[in-house]
Design a binder for this molecule. Sequence first.
Ligand code: SF4
Ligand code: SF4
Length: 250
Amino acid sequence: MNKPIKFQCVTDCSSICCGGATILTLKEIVKLFKFFPITLGFRKIQPFNAEHRVYLDDISIKYRGFYITGDFIGGNRLKTRCRLLKNSLCTIHNQLKPLQCRIIPFSVTFPEVLQDLVIVDKKGGAFRECKGFYADAPLIWDGQFIDKSLKENFDILKEYLMFQRDIVEKIFISLEGNSLFKKFIQTGDGFFEVPILPEFVDEICSITGILDRVEFLRAQKSLFVKELTFRGMKNSLFIDALNTIEQLRI
Ligand code: SF4
Ligand code: SF4
């Protein structure tokens, strides 16, 4: 039996959900590339049941028996605060805000009807201290989304994941010789993150509708430089990303 979910974000909070990196989709890159340095991350997902497996067939890559999601990542994973926070408030709104941020606390890696499992998992981990699940909060899910905008954003995000699956799979397969790729496949789960590879930049610009490739690369270069160092530590992924942009000779 489903456990209804009551939730409302607490104003001025952002303590847990606005970490250094947020999930973006290919279709969102065109409006967000001036805000975030963008990389690409892969994660294995275990189907919870047959229904979840059918759902993953639509949104994820299948590789050697694994289900793998590929997401574009905006921001610096080493940081604990999103670069768009100001005084604990997000500085981008409405259509500009990433879809993943608009469906918090849910996750599009599970179908709508299984979102209670997502919440159980999150409450046991990263969202343990989230104050949004209070008794008088509005009911937003009861086997399906009750909140209309939540439902719309969830459906769009799913559609965008399906849209980007082919190119994400192509990039993933192109990494087969990479030692981190091999480690990722051999280990139980984990996460594998790479820069946008030079050979895919033109295709990504064309698919996303970025008309000026140089503007895109210059904006990304500037963001990678700004975000390179945190607490005296250089983000090695961002060094790779800068080398990648260098190869493109803008
Ligand atoms: S989801 Fe939770 S942690 Fe994030 S802003 Fe809302 S109340 Fe705060
Ligand atoms: S874009 Fe806004 S809502 Fe999303 S993680 Fe950053 S600060 Fe939070």
